[in-house]
Design a protein around this ligand. Structure first.
Ligand code: SF4
Ligand code: SF4
Length: 167
C-alpha cells in the first residue's frame, strides 16, 4: 500500500471532504456486495500500515475523539490508579448525550506529552480496538470507517487503497 504519512485531523477532514460523495457511494456498494475476501484484504492492509506507521507519531484518536468506556474499563482503570471506582468516575468520567461514559476531557487525561499512554496496559477496550481495521465482518463498519478517515491517517489510506482495488 501507499506510504502512510501523518496528517492532522484538519488535513484529513479536508481530504475526506474532497471525495466524500464518491467514497460514500463506493462504501454503500461494498456493503451490499460483502465480498468474501474483504476481511483478509483489509487485515493485510492493516498489518502493512501499522508495520510502517507508528501511532506514537500521531495520537489523533487520543487527542480528538476519546473512547466510550464500559464498567469493566472503569474498574480496571481505577485499580490501575489505586482509586475507588466512584472517585475515578467523579474525577474522569461524564455521561454524554447518547448515554455513554466518556472521559471528561479531550485530549485524553492519560495521554502524555510524548504521545505515550499512561495507562497503556489497562487502557479501555475501545482504545485497544481502535481503528477497527483488523476486525471481522468489516463490511459492518464501513460507514464508521468513513467517519474515522477524518481522524486516523491509517484508516484514510486503507479506504483509499480499497477504492483503488475496485478500479
Ligand atoms: S486511555 Fe490511553 S489509548 Fe485510550 S485515549 Fe487515553 S491515552 Fe489514548
Ligand atoms: S490509531 Fe490511527 S489515529 Fe490513533 S494514533 Fe494510531 S494512526 Fe493515529
Amino acid at each position: 500500500m501507499r506510504k502512510v504519512e501523518y496528517k492532522t485531523p484538519e488535513e484529513l477532514k479536508l481530504l475526506t471532504d474532497k471525495t466524500r460523495g464518491e467514497t460514500a457511494a463506493f462504501l454503500k456498494k461494498l456493503k451490499k456486495k460483502k465480498p468474501k475476501d474483504l476481511d483478509d484484504f483489509v487485515q493485510g492492509l492493516h498489518i502493512d500500515a501499522f508495520a510502517q506507521f507508528n501511532c506514537l507519531d500521531c495520537a489523533n484518536c487520543c487527542k480528538t475523539i476519546g473512547p466510550r468506556l464500559i464498567d469493566k474499563d472503569v474498574e480496571r482503570l481505577a485499580k490501575h490508579l489505586k482509586m475507588k471506582a466512584s472517585d475515578f468516575m467523579e474525577q474522569y468520567i461524564r455521561v454524554d448525550e447518547d448515554g455513554d461514559m466518556v472521559f471528561r476531557d479531550n485530549p485524553c487525561p492519560f495521554l502524555m506529552p510524548d504521545n505515550y499512554c499512561m495507562v497503556y496496559e489497562n487502557r479501555p477496550r475501545a482504545c485497544r480496538e481502535y481503528p477497527h481495521t483488523d476486525r471481522k465482518r468489516f463490511y459492518q463498519i464501513l460507514q464508521l470507517s468513513h467517519l474515522n478517515c477524518e481522524t486516523c491517517p491509517v484508516v484514510y489510506e486503507i479506504i483509499e487503497e480499497l477504492k483503488q482495488k475496485q478500479r
